[in-house]
Design a protein around this ligand. Structure first.
Ligand SMILES: C[S@@+](CC[C@H](N)C(=O)[O-])C[C@H]1O[C@@H](n2cnc3c(N)ncnc32)[C@H](O)[C@@H]1O
Length: 242
């Protein structure tokens, strides 16, 4: 176990190298003066395979989905479900009676592999949905859990996307964030984490050499009488999250 950290750092460096675009390839698209990362489609097959994911990011799907709190009938949205690395296991974790919306800008239905893994097993219903994580096609306060498995870092404006997360989560709902450090770096990561901490209550945060895993909770509405000055204050704070 003494070797685990240096080994982990070494794998992190290799992982970062793997995910950096080679210099002879076209640079990522510039958006509003900021570089925008998109994982090349060809990399999905590789990074969605359990072996490299376990080696590079200590991603163990069965363990990772336990970050998602479950109650009967939980409505969970997997934002950026593309590689479907987590989808089947999340559906099983949520269990019968739950709903898992698999949202991606380019949804391809429920992938065959996911359907195969779920066949005959108790699991939540999986509903694919096309949409942008920065403008979620979901009603206010309609979701129990939002899960981002290394997808927030691909959005041009992660703090703005967290504002959307706050809008669609019900009070008391949970936000589960997995961030991949090589792609989410420097001031961008600091700003993202600062907004997450301002909008939500941090419940658990684990920082590894390559990954940050965190679970936040949207504060429940304050239980104060509607007409009191406290209620007015709380109401204003609620309406202006930033
Ligand atoms: C590195 S992949 C991770 C996919 C999957 N969660 C996994 O772990 O295999 C990032 C995902 O984020 C999605 N994504 C990128 N920009 C997005 C956006 N603006 N809104 C929602 N998803 C987005 C991509 O389509 C892709 O599926």
């Amino acid at each position: 176990m003494r070797l685990r950290r240096p080994l982990s750092i070494l794998l992190g460096i290799l992982g970062a190298g793997l995910l950096q675009p080679p210099s002879r390839r076209p640079r990522p698209v510039q958006k509003r003066g900021r570089r925008r990362w998109r994982t090349p489609a060809a990399l999905y097959a590789l990074i969605s395979h359990p072996l490299p994911r376990a080696l590079l990011g200590w991603d163990l799907v069965r363990r990772d989905v336990r970050w998602v709190p479950v109650a009967p009938g939980t409505r969970c949205v997997e934002v950026g479900s593309g590689g479907a690395f987590y989808t089947a296991r999340l559906a099983r974790h949520l269990g019968r009676g739950g709903l898992l919306v698999a949202l991606d800008p380019e949804p391809a239905g429920v992938p065959k592999a996911v359907r195969r893994r779920l066949r005959g097993r108790p699991a939540a219903r999986v509903a694919p949905l096309g949409g942008d994580g920065q403008r979620l096609p979901l009603a206010d306060e309609s979701v129990d859990v939002l899960f981002y498995g290394y997808s927030l870092e691909e959005m041009p404006d992660p703090p703005g996307a967290l504002g959307e997360a706050h809008r669609v989560l019900r009070p008391g709902g949970h936000l589960v964030l997995f961030l991949w450090r090589p792609v989410m770096r420097g001031r961008r990561r600091i700003a993202t984490e600062a907004i997450a901490a301002a909008l939500f209550e941090a419940q658990s945060v684990r920082r590894g050499p390559q990954n940050i895993r965190a679970r936040y909770r949207k504060p429940a509405r304050p239980a104060v009488p509607a007409q009191s000055p406290e209620a007015e204050k709380a109401g204003t704070a609620w309406a202006t999250p930033f």
